[in-house]
Design a binder for this molecule. Structure first.
Ligand SMILES: Nc1ncnc2c1ncn2[C@@H]1O[C@H](COP(=O)(O)OP(=O)(O)O)[C@@H](O)[C@H]1O
Ligand SMILES: Nc1ccn([C@H]2C[C@H](O)[C@@H](COP(=O)(O)O)O2)c(=O)n1
Length: 230
């Protein structure tokens, strides 16, 4: 057990971990990256942002752009790659007592794949293949999460922030898309009626201006950073 207590990467259940793994969840442009940037200034925290740059450039291809152009054709392509890159993030060697990661393997499936499927933009066979992949992964590989921090926004706030951020691929996103993602997040993390929630959820209202958001992060700092730790 000495070995377990001194090893950040051990996933054995016999001893309480001395580290914690936190996932920051929320709608597109809800402020997750900004939140992670803020906490990255704290010592002993490892911050893992979403691998969006990979989704925009895999061996010279841009599956994120393709997905927004033609979701029925490219949804499976993007989401297969998202699943791989998220798995890689979860399994990468832990480098500090606290790890904060943007989104998760879980939201990729329960929110984004689910949304493509429910909106009729993903063929049943693509959904079945992705679902079998996902089920295999979570059955055979431990993907532990100690806390989910949900940045809860209105779709309108995200729409305004998204427009201001001006990411080229996202120009085509209508507010209805953000509403669907929002509803899936609310069903999963607030009502808890859709899919299994893999960790306790801390909800932070995130429609506020930056100053108020930073104040809330300070107020919740202890709660966030001590979760899951011995
Ligand atoms: N509290 C806030 N008030 C206003 N604008 C914000 C706030 N938080 C983030 N932003 C801006 O909104 C955009 C999206 O934020 P970002 O952190 O990239 O979101 P996400 O990582 O969730 O997509 C960025 O341009 C960012 O500077
Ligand atoms: N499983 C996923 C995850 C993310 N996306 C899209 C949504 C955004 O356009 C972009 C990154 O999201 P953000 O960090 O800005 O919230 O990737 C997706 O399509 N599928």
């Amino acid at each position: 057990s000495n070995l377990c207590n001194s090893c950040f990467n051990c996933v054995c259940d016999l001893v309480k971990p001395v580290f914690s793994r936190i996932c920051i969840e929320g709608n597109i442009a809800s402020g997750k990256t900004t939140c992670l940037e803020y906490f990255s200034k704290t010592s002993n925290i490892e911050v893992l942002t979403e691998p969006v740059s990979k989704w925009r450039n895999v061996q010279g291809h841009n599956p994120l752009a393709l997905m927004y152009q033609d979701p029925a054709r490219w949804g499976l392509t993007l989401q297969t790659y998202v699943q791989l890159t998220m798995l890689d993030r979860h399994l990468s060697t832990v480098a500090a007592p606290v790890r904060m990661m943007e989104r998760s393997l879980y939201s990729a499936k329960y929110i984004f794949v689910e949304n493509l499927y429910r909106s009729g933009k993903m063929p049943e066979v693509d959904f079945a293949v992705l679902s079998e992949w996902f089920e295999w992964i979570i059955k055979n590989i431990a993907i532990p999460v100690d806390l989910i921090v949900y940045l809860q926004t209105s779709p309108q706030t995200c729409y305004e922030r998204l427009k201001r951020r001006c990411r080229e691929e996202e120009r085509v996103i209508p507010i209805e898309y953000l509403e669907s993602i929002h509803n899936l997040y609310e069903d999963w993390l607030i009502k808890q009626t859709s899919f299994k929630v893999p960790a306790p959820v801390l909800v932070i209202p995130a429609d506020h201006d930056l100053q108020k958001m930073l104040q809330q992060y300070e107020e919740n700092r202890e709660k966030i950073l001590t979760t899951g730790r011995a």
